[in-house]
Design a protein around this ligand. Structure first.
Ligand code: ASP
Ligand code: MG
Length: 436
């Protein structure tokens, strides 16, 4: 069995839904994971933000605008009166549900419920359309089988048992349609796998059913070797190892959700990145093979804050780093890059929620300097120590730019460089010129 995931743009209109239906109808049994139609999750975030701020009138207007959009999609997507009526009923019920939040207290629980509606609608629409086309399908409820544990990580044993049970309930179906992104948490409440999490749903399912392949369908022809928004002439990469893909996704390649490579790697299921607009294009294959002696790709992660702690106490002392890291741990703030010297440590974070509190706590341990608006540039490829040329080429390419930090040796497949946002475009282009 294969697991195919289609993102928001791929199902962004009635026409696109029909195109995807054509693509997935090839006689092979498969699970299809869908995102919400493009723009929907953003609108739902806006609606819940308005509700939280008690701006009920504006929220009601947004809900109404979105409803009109969906009503129009039903008319364009379906032909038979019976299925049209079914779809309109779903739209009515969904938007009544959204409207029921106006005038109420709106917290995280309500927000997560609101955010879940996009995927619930898009998957139902797809099933109605497949049914109209005479294609045997089944709708699988992610809220029944996708669950996170006390650490907010996917509960694989639960998910595996339940997805297998759901599949077994519909042996006649050729195509199983299910929602990306949404899940229930350990408390049994509606939750989600974070923005962009439909990719994660697909790889979790791929691992659970031991799929022969996971396909992530987007609107670009695979992972590119640099960021096409800043560099001209980037090219899709035919092959990446799991580790290279994970580094690139984490450090800014927008095409993949940062944690989605993990389940696929663990279960050794290959992942293909394919383009809905150009289904015949080769795309990118991600698997366990490692290519020696090459730089695969470059990605950048924005809005990074660098923090430097300089202290005489670090000199010849033990436990200093432990204290420093403990402070970040206290504030549940992950650290991305680290460099150390004998008298100080520099590190980066991308979650600034608790920055002020962290800096106050660090002040006790030394002189603290904070640099905002930094960018991590990640160069992924074969950076094993035997491959002596590549690290040198990175510094050579950037020799005229003020580099704030360099991290090498943390893994064998990446070198990361921190620079001010101002130099991002130049750095990406210089690295492209050096390596591609
Ligand atoms: N619909 C969700 C989002 O926009 C999940 C996804 O598309 O992957 O973030
Ligand atoms: Mg995405």
């Amino acid at each position: 069995m294969k697991v195919l995931k289609f993102g928001g743009t791929s199902v962004g209109s009635a026409m696109r839904i029909k195109e995807v239906a054509k693509l997935i109808n090839d006689g092979e049994k498969k699970i299809v994971v869908l995102s919400a139609m493009s723009g929907t999750t953003n609108s739902l975030v806006e609606i819940s933000d308005l509700l939280k701020r008690k701006q009920d009138k504006q929220a009601a207007e947004k809900i109404d605008t979105l409803k009109q959009k969906y009503t129009a999609v039903v008319e364009e997507l379906l032909n038979t009166e019976a299925l049209k009526a079914k779809a309109h009923t779903l739209v009515e019920a969904t938007f009544d549900h959204l409207a029921s939040f106006t005038g109420q207290e709106c917290g995280l629980k309500e927000e997560n419920d609101i955010l879940a509606q996009g995927e619930l609608i898009s998957t139902n629409f797809m099933c109605y359309y497949l049914t109209e086309q005479g294609i045997k399908n089944a709708w699988l409820p992610a809220l029944d089988y996708m669950r996170t544990d006390e650490k907010a990580e996917p509960d694989m044993p639960f998910i595996t048992d339940n997805i297998i049970a759901h599949l077994a309930q519909h042996p006649e179906a050729d195509i199983y349609i299910t929602q990306g992104f949404i899940c229930k948490n350990i408390a049994g409440e509606i939750d989600n796998l974070q923005r962009g999490g439909s990719d994660y749903t697909a790889t979790i399912l791929g691992a659970a059913v031991e799929a022969e392949e996971i396909q992530i369908w987007t609107d670009i022809d695979g992972m590119h070797n640099n960021d096409p928004r800043f560099v001209e002439g980037t090219k899709p990469i035919a092959h990446l190892s799991y580790d290279e893909a994970a580094e690139l996704a984490y450090f800014g390649a927008k095409i993949l959700h940062p944690t989605c490579v993990r389940p696929a790697k663990k279960a050794q299921v290959p992942v293909k990145l394919l383009n809905t607009m150009e289904p015949k294009a080769e795309g990118t294959t991600i698997n366990g093979d490692v290519e020696k002696g090459r730089v695969a790709a470059i990605a950048a992660k924005d809005d990074i804050t660098a923090i430097k702690i300089k202290s005489g106490r670090m000199l010849l002392a033990h436990g200093f780093l432990h204290k420093v890291f403990g402070i970040f741990d206290d504030y549940h703030t992950p650290i991305d890059m680290i460099t150390t010297s004998e008298v100080g440590v520099s590190l980066t974070i991308d979650d600034h929620k608790n920055l002020d509190a962290i800096v106050s706590a660090l002040d006790l341990w030394g002189d603290v300097t904070v640099d905002k608006n930094q960018v991590i540039i990640c160069i992924a490829g074969d950076f094993t120590p035997e491959n002596i040329c590549f690290a040198n080429k990175v510094t050579e390419a950037l020799k005229h730019l003020p580099v704030r930090m360099i991290s090498y040796g943390g893994s064998n497949y990446n070198i990361s460089v921190l620079i001010d946002k101002e130099y991002k475009k130049e750095a990406l282009n210089l690295l492209s010129k050096m390596f591609f």
